[in-house]
Design a protein. Structure first.
Length: 137
């Protein structure tokens, strides 16, 4: 019975992972992220980090593996996590043309880079709060 549950969980993970990869591929999120940051030379690194982060994040959340690295390390990791998620969210938002719609609605033409920066900093500060204040309770 346990072998069946392991096989079922593994196959469900593959299906969900394939869906996420299909979404990222269809919307060209990683190349768009490279375009936003002017770092096309690091395209393979972005892809590798996305795969490694997803794998290890899933592994650590499904097992009881913990690290006691202190609050300073937690803050630094939270900043990097927030930067990456902010960049990924802004690339996704721009890929589905959310930012041009916001520019037209709020009549702030030519300010797309500031909208992207606000999204990024919002995700960074949200991650810092989540990883430090909320995790310490």
């Amino acid at each position: 019975m346990k072998a069946f549950l392991v096989l079922l969980g593994f196959s469900e993970g593959i299906v969900v992972g394939a869906g996420v990869v299909a979404l990222l591929t269809l919307l060209d999120i990683i190349p768009r992220l490279c375009q936003i940051t002017n770092s096309y030379g690091y395209l393979k690194v972005y892809e590798l980090m996305l795969i490694a982060g997803t794998f290890f994040g899933s592994l650590f959340s499904l097992t009881n593996i913990t690290f006691n690295l202190g609050n300073c390390t937690l803050v630094v990791m939270g900043i990097f996590y927030g930067i990456f998620i902010g960049l990924l969210a802004s690339a996704l938002a721009e890929a589905i043309d959310v930012i041009p719609v916001i520019e037209r609605r709020f009549k702030i033409h030519g300010k797309a880079k500031y909208i992207i920066l606000v999204i990024i900093f919002g995700k960074v500060f949200g991650s810092i709060i989540n990883w430090t204040i909320l995790k310490l309770r």
